[in-house]
Design a protein around this ligand. Structure first.
Ligand code: CO8
Length: 264
């Protein structure tokens, strides 16, 4: 991962099995500019395509995960440029990444920053994490999925209060209590990132195709009815029986040894 980016840093950790992406515009609290978005999506797609990488950690440098879309860049846009630009829908490309993405959020995850975290598969919250949707205060609304995804995580009433007041922020504890984040990691930013890398490392040790199938199965619950989702689960469960890794995993259990997955 020698590719150099303008707005992010990318490296491979955990013996090259985990991709670590750090949003790197700390002076503006990692505001999500168009350049940053292009960098981030390019890096995610590169890590997704890599044979070695099994999971991805996404974090922010400095005191924010990301404080939202870059307001200075948005300020002079008009309705035509917003509708014609690939910018708002391009963010949805994060949802096309097949490998799990773990957001390590310490500090502000506001507006688009909260929405990017919501597009990740697991959110680990540092003690200073703050989640919120302040767009109404700018005379606009969440535009990267916040009105749709937040309600599924924290319920309608709380999502409404967060979005309509723009000032009801969730701290790390409350984000966990409400199910937005998986858990709070105590300690410094480095402790949080190490924990996220450790979780990603555990995922990377699993059979990669089985992980990708599991992520797809869980995500189908967002898009479909229970019955349809159960049908998809059944088909995907059956598909794992075509994997060499499934045979190896079950053999290893019976032979009381660690599985040696070949990711096939
Ligand atoms: N965009 C651009 N610059 C920002 C942003 C941002 N979102 N957030 C912070 N900055 C800049 C500040 O302007 C400041 O720069 P400078 O030093 O040049 O003045 C620097 O970062 C540090 O910020 P503060 O001095 O404000 O730091 P504080 O610790 O005092 O406050 C806050 C931190 C509370 C996070 C505050 O910075 C803040 O309120 N930021 C804006 C949060 C916000 O409103 N986010 C929503 C943005 S809109 C959005 O995300 C829409 C998403 C949908 C887009 C769809 C695609 C088109």
């Amino acid at each position: 991962f020698s590719k150099k980016y303008r707005c992010i840093e990318v490296s491979a950790v955990e013996q090259g099995t985990v991709g670590l992406i750090s949003l790197n515009r700390p002076d503006v609290l990692n505001a999500l500019s168009e350049d940053l978005m292009h960098d981030l999506i390019d890096a995610l797609q590169g890590l997704d395509a890599s044979q070695e990488i099994g999971a991805i950690v996404l974090t922010g440098k400095g005191k924010a995960f990301a404080a939202g879309a870059d307001i200075k860049e948005l300020k002079d846009k008009d309705i035509v440029s917003i509708f014609m630009s690939p910018f708002p829908s391009k963010w949805n490309d994060i949802m096309k990444i097949k490998k799990p993405i773990i957001a390590a959020v310490n500090g502000y995850a506001l507006g688009g920053g909260c929405e990017v975290a919501l597009m990740c598969d697991i959110i680990l919250a540092g003690e200073k994490a703050v989640f919120g949707q302040p767009e109404l205060k700018l005379g606009t609304i969440p535009g990267m999925g916040g009105t749709q995804r937040l309600i599924r995580e924290v319920g309608k009433s709380r999502a409404m209060e967060m979005i309509l007041t723009g000032s009801y922020f969730l701290d790390a504890q409350e984000a966990c209590q409400r199910g937005l984040a998986s858990r709070v990691v105590a300690g410094s930013n480095a402790d949080l990132i190490n924990e996220a890398i450790s979780v990603a490392g555990k995922i990377a040790k699993q059979s990669r195709p089985a992980v990708i199938i599991a992520k797809a199965a869980v995500n189908s619950a967002y898009e479909t009815s229970l019955q349809e989702g159960l049908k998809q689960e059944k088909a995907l469960f059956g598909a794992t029986f075509a994997l060499a890794d499934r045979k190896e995993g079950m053999s290893a259990f019976i032979e009381k040894r660690e599985p040696q997955f070949v990711h096939k």
